[in-house]
Design a protein around this ligand. Structure first.
Ligand code: PGA
Length: 249
């Protein structure tokens, strides 16, 4: 059984007061939905306050990134230990914006996934091809490379969540079709089966890239897609609530 997930990736949006404000408008009944794991990933600076606000709700906190060491001389970084203390459960790793704007390599991504497992956090590993690679029919090759490098020599772990996020669909208003996303999700599960055997059946696979209240079911309604990672549309209370309601049975 894989519980469906709706993940709000707020990226570098919302100051602390705006993040707190979001919760004053988010419908209380949606914050009690129990058959969908709703994960809010705000900027780091809001995690402490939000950890108090999500108490007594079914909402879960996630982080958008982390360092792989517990502590150390790494100016500007945040460790798994620090996230745990705030009640963070999930951490997005290897988002294409981190890979493209901050030079995060597959090696670094692997270290972070490993660190997440070791500290009991659930990594949301993002993989995806860019537009040229998509057009050249290289999607499978790219995903295979990214996934195998990110999980190299790691033991099977059903805490893993994989998000298929085609780079060309992120923030563009042009999502993949449900068919494409579902075919790719099935392919990813096959890769996981080859690597990890039966554990692959328990790993949740999400789609991300221009998901909104109108199209979310086109993705989450497919057998191998267990939820959505949402950027832009998750910033509005109303839209996020609509998406959680849509995915809930
Ligand atoms: P988007 O972003 O929903 O704004 O396309 C998705 C993501 O980057 O996770």
């Amino acid at each position: 059984m894989r519980d469906p997930m709706v993940i709000a990736n707020w990226k570098m949006y919302k100051t602390l007061s705006e993040a707190v404000e979001f919760f004053t408008h988010f419908p209380a009944e949606v914050g009690k939905v129990s058959d969908v794991e709703t994960v809010i990933c705000p900027p780091f600076i809001s995690l402490a306050d939000l950890s108090r606000l999500v108490k007594n709700t079914s909402l879960i906190l996630g982080a958008q990134n982390m360092h792989w060491e517990k502590e150390g001389a790494y100016t500007g970084e945040i460790s798994p230990l620090m996230l745990q203390e705030l009640g963070v459960k999930y951490v997005i790793i290897g988002h294409s914006e981190r890979r493209n704007f901050f030079g995060e390599s597959d090696r670094v991504v692997r270290k972070k996934v490993d660190a997440a497992f070791k500290s009991g956090l659930f990594p949301i590993l993002c993989i995806g091809e860019n537009w040229d690679q998509f057009n050249n029919g290289e999607t499978k090759k790219i995903l295979q490379e990214q996934l195998s490098l990110a999980l190299e020599q790691l033991s099977p772990n059903n805490k893993l969540v994989v998000a298929y996020e085609p780079v060309w669909a992120i923030g563009t208003g042009t999502p993949a079709t449900g068919e494409v996303a579902s075919g790719v999700a099935g392919y990813i599960r096959g890769l996981l089966r080859d690597l990890w055997g039966e554990v692959a059946e328990n790993v949740r696979i999400l789609y991300g890239g221009s998901v909104n209240p109108d199209n979310i079911l086109e993705f989450t309604g497919k057998p191998d897609i267990d939820g959505a990672l949402i950027g832009g549309s998750s910033l509005k209370e109303k839209f996020l609530a609509q998406m959680v309601r849509a995915v809930s049975k």
